[in-house]
Design a protein around this ligand. Structure first.
Ligand code: GDP
Ligand code: MN
Length: 382
């Protein structure tokens, strides 16, 4: 999960990494209030999850309330590389003597953490890497050993940062490393890391990517995620731990395994229909999972037909069949459901379903047949 700059800065602050005083604003009035609190000159910054906001006109320094009003108004609603600005971060402006760069990320090939430091910050690091690769000092960090102070001092020196801030820079890296490791991030990037007019280091920008695999031990991350998706179906699916992506068609899909779910989406299009969603129920297709899946699909008003496509490998089809029947007792479906079950215990499963078949519950032996039937139903009830 990528964080917005303001969230990244709040994350940094938890690890003692210095950032400017600021606040978020979603309107010109709020921006005025925040700027009044942090003091002028202030910087108004578009909060979108793409880089290069400065170049795109999404970062402006303002010296008074009139300028702030004008710039906040211009930036709100601006489209930056396809991202519409709905939120601003307003902070007290810093005086910049130098712009540096610092980051930690995982070097998968080396199976080590990689620290990069450069005295040429402020521009995109890819550009620096191309034009002046020697200006980027690299340091591999073994996760078992952690970042040692002497190595931090060495990388800072190799990067050619101002000697006067060498020890402050090493300390900054140690804090950034803690944020990266203890904060379970995949990437922490500070560009620019500035040397201020009065000789201190300070994170002027923050790019943080959290490691989604660690989300289970960070219940507090859910708040960061708020508003990521305004799709109520996706929010519902997330609450139920389902692997769901909302689409815009009329045929709701439930399949087990991402590959099968994707093929089912394709197959529905191929026979002239359109999928309402991608939903992979994974290995466990028991009644609880089926209830959760059917609830989400049932809440989608576009859905006019449901297609369940399960291949029994480890999961047994007879269990799935019982799960579906139980789920149908618990969820009152708005539209018919077509089921294709194949693989382990498919014959038993068909036997179980046989007594319950109706216009509301249909079974088809093949994937293609089931997709055709489901799409036909979706069309017919339109
Ligand atoms: P990005 O373009 O999306 O990476 O956004 P940044 O947050 O990195 O800001 C872009 C540039 O705006 C920085 O490299 C700075 O040159 C400039 N900038 C941002 N904040 C300040 C500030 O407080 N004072 C000054 N003087 N310049 C700033
Ligand atoms: Mn930046």
């Amino acid at each position: 999960m990528d964080l917005f700059e303001y969230q990244g800065k709040q994350y940094f602050a938890r690890f003692g990494i210095p950032t400017s005083l600021g606040g978020v604003a979603s309107s010109v009035e709020e921006a005025l209030r925040v700027a009044g609190e942090v003091g002028y000159p202030a910087v108004v910054k578009a909060q979108v999850k793409v880089g290069g906001r400065g170049k795109a006109g999404g970062v402006k320094i303002v010296s008074d309330a009139d300028e702030l009003r004008e710039q906040a108004d211009a930036i709100l609603g601006m489209d930056i590389k396809g991202h519409v600005v709905e939120l601003l971060w307003v902070e007290h402006a810093s005086s910049i003597a130098e712009e540096y760069y610092a980051s930690f990320t995982l070097d998968r090939a080396a199976k080590l953490h990689l620290c990069m430091v450069s005295s040429k910050g402020g521009v995109e690091i890819e550009q620096v890497a191309e034009e002046d690769p020697d200006s980027i000092a690299r340091l591999h960090v073994d996760p078992v050993d952690g970042l040692r102070l002497e190595d931090a001092v060495d990388v800072v020196s190799r990067a050619g940062l101002d000697r006067g801030v060498a020890s402050e820079a090493a300390d900054f890296l140690l804090k950034l490393y803690r944020c990266y490791v203890e904060g379970d991030a995949e990437l922490v990037e500070v560009n620019p890391l500035i040397l201020t007019g009065d000789g201190h280091l300070h994170a002027l920008d923050a790019k943080v990517t959290l490691d989604d695999s660690a989300a289970f031990r960070h219940p507090e991350w859910e708040a960061l995620d708020a508003g990521r998706s305004t799709d109520h179906r996706e929010a519902m699916a997330r609450e139920r731990n389902l692997n769901y992506v909302g689409l815009s068609g009329a045929t709701g899909i439930i399949a087990n395994g991402a590959g099968l779910a994707m093929s089912t989406v394709d197959l529905v299009s191929q026979v002239g229909g359109s999928a309402a969603n991608f939903l992979d129920v994974g290995g466990g297709a028991d009644a609880d999972v089926m209830v959760a899946a059917l609830e989400v699909i049932n809440s989608d008003e576009q859905v006019r037909s449901i297609l369940v496509n399960i291949f029994g490998g480890i999961v047994r089809c007879d269990e799935v069949a019982r799960g579906i029947l139980e789920a149908m007792r618990r969820v009152e479906l708005r539209c018919p459901i077509t089921i294709r079950l194949d693989g382990t215990n498919a014959v038993e499963a068909r036997g179980i379903l046989a007594d319950h078949l109706s216009e509301k519950l249909m079974a088809e032996p093949t994937m293609l047949g089931a997709a055709r039937r489901a799409v036909e139903v979706a069309g017919a009830s339109a």
